[in-house]
Structure formats: structure tokens, C-alpha cells
Write a protein of this length. Structure first.
Length: 660
């Protein structure tokens, strides 16, 4: 239901630098968190560092760059210059490995030697990676945490004549003047791997995270530079907060931007402080050497905590002496509410059950299976078996919420195994059969209402008066739209103000319709009477959408396309096929039809990300035939047929073809 919220306008200053001291074993460790690199970051960093250095028994510094997305390069360069007396801080290279410019340490104002630990994670990017990577390269700081994001590309914006701009990637940064971080990131000297142990979500093995290399059209490395491996790895137990709600997430966000620092649940900071307290000198090598006993003691303690927590789930973990030759036999089953099923439906809550039996003569130690799949919701599912002696059997169940948008297919899933006793089992291939939900499809009609507070209308849309735009939305498909919304947007951005532009429709059954009312008003800045609003009707779960730009004339009230008529996209059918299609051939031929309530304009077919067919309808008839040959790659091929009518309303029809 609607509710009112009062917002108080205020100038919010987000401080990019925060600091404090951490007492450890009679010593004082300085801590500075840098959230981003703004215009005053280096100045504020120096100010707070000087204050920390005055602390009694100051023994070292932690620089926390976690979730720092970067910012101004010159601020990062100045920060690095604070800690090195000579050498290249960062170089920029363009096409053909051509050096464009470089930043060099000034040689004055350098801090005296003391040990430094930098903390990074997968959210550390760009300028923060330059700081961490360069100080690590010059052996001025030990880096701990997770692999950073890997953004070493340089962008610039070119202004175009029509007022728009082109943002173009033009170069690559090299930390310390020689090392590429693009798509690689900064590899920590000590990699920290959090282990979360919970009934609904087990996560004790390091996950694959999205990074720069995950982004479409990312810049490939211009230089030859391979990803290095951390000197040490340390898994630690991270307790799961029970009963986490939206309010808890809001509280976490407020903590992130609060000036109060709380390390009570921050393993990385406490671990970094212990390393610095144990450091005999400022030497990078000695800092790593002296960290080894700290790592071993911490690892032993964390393994005990993990073993105690996993024991609650019947898993024997840790203190395992491998012997003999273990051999794993695996059986996979798909269940719903504890009962085996042959196929899951999109939207189902199901269980992935893995039965593991050791049919060998030796013991598996700390055995874990972890899933990988092209379907992101099926990645990083963990199956915890622990220590598995010869002859023992262990079953583990992992919950899987099938996305409602998935089409009918046999979804492949690979189980890779992790084991600490040098007897890692081979990968196990499983299939999760899925059936798609019946698809919704949207149609709409609209009308312009009388502006508010107007009794005698001089023109349909007087300046400053709120105009209601009522849209009646109908589901003309064969399946329900479980989570439908409607949005109007103003692509021109000047002269039109949208008062109510986003409305949640909710569930819309086949044949059901709902009327909603948007509101907007014309402002005096509108330079010409004609303007456009873009209407989008979509289901957020099914990824089905209908979009159309509507042109209005504020003086005459004329609209295009005309009001008080029904509009919907074409309907697509594919003949003589049962999905998913399975073939051993390199091509699959399909036939079908497109039917529209007015005129079919054209269609095109996409396999994966490649457009493989296009045909226009010269007669603009309401029915048009589909005929296409689909080139196939090994495995699952997602095929999309997209049809347009004369109003450019589009419909998408998806199905899967598996090439054996």
C-alpha cells in the first residue's frame, strides 16, 4: 500500500579517509581506510597519518582499500609517493605498447621506514589497485585479502557536436611502471578466504567473483603479464548473521559510511594488526617471514572453529591423516520437498542431492564438491563431505531456486572436488532437467485524463498542471506474469516532469487486465509542443517486456500512436518441435509463423550472441512465415526469435537447442 515519507534535504559530506589506532601486545598499529580517491584524499590522508605517527609505540600502518572503486589518479600517485623515494609509480601505455606518460616519485617528503599492510578485496579497483600494486612491487607493503577487481584501463570522454559524448578506452595503466593489472588485478601476498557455515548456504571454498574480465567488451591486456599466486592462503571462519533483514542491510550500509570504526567482526583488520605487531623491522621479506607463525597459529585456531561448527551438521572436519588409495563414487538426484523428481519447473525450490561413497582403500580429507555452470544461479553450490574413510557414505543437499526466466533445457552442471589429502577426485558431470513456465505477453491501451485543478481547459496540457495518463494493461499470453511493473520515462529530460512514473502491477494472470495511472506535467522550459514518453511494461521475474515511445502534442492533445486503441506485439509459434531440441548436427532448421493484430514488419534470429537470420515482410501482412537455419556450437545453444510489427512493438521467443 502507498505510504508517505518525509525527506530532509541536507549536504552530505562523505569522508574519503578515516583513521584510528589499534593496540596490540603493547604496541600501537595505525589504521587508515580510504573509501575513494577524491580531490582532498591525499591531503586528508597525510593529516591523519601524521596524527597516527604521534601515537606512543607506533609500530606500523594498515591501509584499508577494500571496496575502494578508485577515483582521481593524481591522488593515488601522491599517496604512493609518500612511501617511496624513487622509481616509476605508474605508466600509461597506448595502442602498440606505446608509452604515453609516466609518474615518478619526487624524492622528497618520503615517510621514514615502518612496516605497512594493505588490505584489498574484489571491490578494490583502478586507483586503489595502483596504490596496492605499486607499493607491493617496490616491496614497501605486504598486501592481504582477496584478488582485486582488475581495472587497469584508461577512459576519456570526447564531446560530440550534438551535445552527446563518446567515452573511449584509450590506454592501460602499469603499476610500478611495468606490471599490468588489467583483467588480473593485484594478487595479495596473503590470500584470505572467508568460510561461511550455514544450513541454507555453505561457502567454505573460495568462490569465483565477477571482475573486469567478466564485463562485456573489456580491454584485453596490452602487455604480457601473467597472474601470480599468493605466497600464503588462509581460510577463516566467518559467522553468519542470523535473521538478516532489509533493516540489517541498511544498518550495514550506514556503518560503511559512518565515521565510527568497528573491528569487532573484521577478521582482516585484526589479522593485519597481529602481523604488524610481530614484525621485527620494516623489511618486506622479514614482515612476510615473521607472519608465518601468525598464519599457522591463526589457521589452527580457525580450523578448530570450522570443525566445531561443521560438526553441528554431522561433518567430520580437520585432523585427518591421508592413507591408502581412496576412490569416490558419486550419485546425483534432483528432489522437491524431499521426494525425487525427474524435472524441475522454472520457479521451483528444489534440492540438489549428492551421495558420495568412498569405494577405495584410503581416506579422503576435508572433501568438498563445488558446482560450476553457465547458469549463474547454479554456480558455487557446495557439497560438504569432510573426512570420508574407506567404505563410508555421506549425503549432502544444496538448495536451488530455479529462476523463473529459464527456458526448457537439460542444464549441465559440473562438480569439482577440493581435498587436502592429495587424492582429489575427478570432476563429476550432472544434468538438471528444467521445464519453462508458460510465457506471459502484454497488451495495452491508454488515454489522457483531464489535468488536475482545471475547470475550463484552454489547452489539453497547461504548464504546471498534473496530467493523468491512464494505461490499461492486459496479459494476452498463456502464462502468468508473477511480478509485473510499468514505467514511463522521459528521454528528452527537459520540459517534462514525471510525478508518478513507476507503478508495481504485481501478478497478472492470463486474460487479466489492470488499469494504472501515471502522472506528469509540462514545465515552462518545454521548447516545442511535441514530446515523447517511453512506456515499458515488464515482468521482473520472467524477463518479458513491451516498450513503446508515445508522442504527445501539448497544444492539440494529439498522440501517436492514437489513444483508446489496444496495442500488443506479434505472437510467435515454432512448428513441429519439442523442446529442448537435441541434435548431433551442426545446424538445425526451424519453421514457424508470426501473427500480429496489424502488420508484421520483420524478424531476426539470434543464436547465443550472434544474429544468424533476418527477413522483412514486404507485404506488411498480419501473418509472416519463419524459416531459418541455426548454426550450433557444442552444448546448449540459446535461440531467440525476435519479431516486430509496424509500430516497432517487439516480441521475443526463446528456446534451447543442445548439440551433442
Amino acid at each position: 500500500a502507498p505510504f508517505s515519507v518525509t525527506l530532509k534535504r541536507a549536504i552530505i559530506n562523505i569522508e574519503s579517509v578515516r583513521s584510528t589506532t589499534i593496540p596490540v601486545d603493547g604496541r600501537t598499529v595505525g589504521y587508515i581506510k580510504v573509501k575513494s580517491f577524491q580531490e582532498d584524499t591525499e591531503k586528508e590522508f597525510n593529516k591523519q597519518l601524521a596524527k597516527l605517527r604521534e601515537s606512543p609505540n607506533f609500530t606500523g600502518l594498515i591501509i584499508d582499500l577494500r571496496n575502494n572503486p578508485g577515483g582521481l589518479l593524481n591522488q593515488a600517485v601522491d599517496m604512493v609517493d609518500k612511501f617511496i623515494s624513487e622509481g616509476v609509480i605508474v605508466s600509461t601505455i597506448g595502442a602498440g605498447n606505446r608509452f604515453l606518460e609516466k609518474e615518478v616519485a619526487k624524492g622528497y617528503g618520503t615517510e621514514p621506514p615502518y612496516p605497512i599492510v594493505i588490505i584489498v578485496n574484489e571491490g578494490s579497483a583502478s586507483a586503489s589497485e595502483i596504490v596496492a600494486g605499486t607499493l607491493q612491487s617496490y616491496k614497501r607493503a605486504v598486501v592481504i585479502g582477496a584478488q582485486s577487481f582488475g581495472k587497469g584501463s584508461v577512459q576519456t570522454v570526447y564531446d560530440l557536436k550534438d551535445g552527446s559524448g563518446l567515452k573511449l578506452t584509450i590506454a592501460e595503466y602499469l603499476t610500478a611502471g611495468k606490471n599490468s593489472i588489467q583483467t588480473i588485478g593485484v594478487t595479495p601476498d596473503i590470500k584470505l578466504i572467508p568460510a561461511k557455515i550455514d544450513k541454507d548456504k555453505m561457502d567454505i571454498i573460495e568462490d569465483d567473483h565477477d571482475s573486469e574480465v567478466s564485463l562485456e567488451y573489456h580491454l584485453s591486456q596490452m602487455t604480457d603479464f601473467a597472474k601470480t599466486e599468493p605466497a600464503y592462503r588462509l581460510s577463516y571462519f566467518e559467522p553468519v548473521e542470523k535473521g538478516k533483514s532489509k533493516d540489517d542491510e541498511d544498518l550495514e550500509s550506514r556503518r560503511e559510511y559512518s565515521n565510527k570504526l568497528d573491528f569487532s567482526k573484521d577478521f582482516a583488520v585484526k589479522f593485519a594488526a597481529q602481523i604488524l605487531a610481530a614484525a621485527p623491522t620494516d623489511s618486506y621479506e622479514e614482515l612476510l617471514t615473521s607472519a608465518v607463525p601468525v598464519i599457522k597459529d591463526t589457521e589452527a585456531h580457525q580450523q578448530e572453529l570450522m570443525a566445531a561448527e561443521l560438526a553441528k551438521y554431522g561433518v567430520d572436519w580437520g585432523k585427518c591423516e591421508p592413507d591408502g588409495k581412496p576412490q569416490l563414487q558419486v550419485v546425483f538426484t534432483l528432489q522437491k520437498n524431499g521426494e525425487p523428481i525427474k524435472k524441475a519447473s522454472a520457479g521451483d525450490d528444489v534440492e540438489l542431492v549428492l551421495n558420495a561413497k568412498n569405494i577405495g582403500t584410503g581416506k579422503f580429507c576435508d572433501l568438498v564438491g563445488i558446482s560450476s555452470s553457465k547458469e549463474i544461479s547454479l554456480k558455487n553450490k557446495e557439497f560438504i563431505f569432510g573426512n570420508l574413510p574407506a567404505g563410508a557414505t555421506k549425503k549432502w543437499t544444496s538448495k536451488f531456486k530455479v529462476p523463473k526466466s529459464l527456458v526448457t533445457q537439460d542444464l549441465p552442471m559440473t562438480i569439482k572436488f577440493h581435498e587436502t589429502g592429495d587424492h582429489r577426485p575427478t570432476e563429476f558431470q550432472a544434468i538438471v532437467p528444467l521445464a519453462q513456465l508458460p510465457q506471459p505477453q502484454f497488451a495495452y491501451t491508454y488515454k489522457i485524463g483531464t489535468p488536475s485543478n482545471i475547470k475550463v481547459i484552454g489547452k489539453p496540457m497547461p504548464v504546471g498542471k498534473v496530467v493523468p495518463l491512464t494505461v490499461n494493461i492486459k496479459n494476452t499470453g498463456v502464462g502468468a506474469a508473477p511480478n509485473a511493473i510499468a514505467i514511463i520515462a522521459n528521454p528528452e529530460a527537459k520540459g517534462i516532469f514525471i510525478d508518478v512514473g513507476r507503478i508495481k502491477i504485481g501478478r497478472l494472470e492470463p486474460g487479466q487486465s489492470k488499469a494504472i495511472t501515471f502522472k506528469f506535467h509540462v514545465e515552462s522550459e518545454l521548447e516545442k509542443p511535441n514530446f515523447e514518453l517511453e512506456l515499458t511494461i515488464a515482468d521482473q521475474d520472467m524477463f518479458v517486456a513491451l516498450t513503446k515511445k508515445i508522442e504527445f502534442n501539448s497544444v492539440t492533445g494529439v498522440t501517436d500512436p492514437p489513444a483508446n486503441q489496444w496495442y500488443e506485439g506479434p505472437k510467435i509459434t515454432v512448428a513441429g518441435k519439442e523442446f529442448p531440441l537435441v541434435t548431433a548436427e551442426n545446424h538445425e532448421h526451424i519453421e514457424g509463423d508470426i501473427v500480429d493484430d496489424r502488420e508484421v514488419k520483420d524478424y531476426f534470429v539470434i543464436v547465443g550472441t550472434e544474429k544468424v537470420a533476418y527477413a522483412s515482410n514486404p507485404d506488411l501482412s498480419p501473418k509472416f512465415h519463419i524459416s531459418a537455419d541455426l548454426p550450433l556450437k557444442s552444448g546448449n545453444n540459446l535461440v531467440s526469435i525476435i519479431a516486430r510489427d509496424n509500430l516497432d512493438l517487439m516480441t521475443r521467443y526463446n528456446f534451447m537447442v543442445e548439440k551433442k
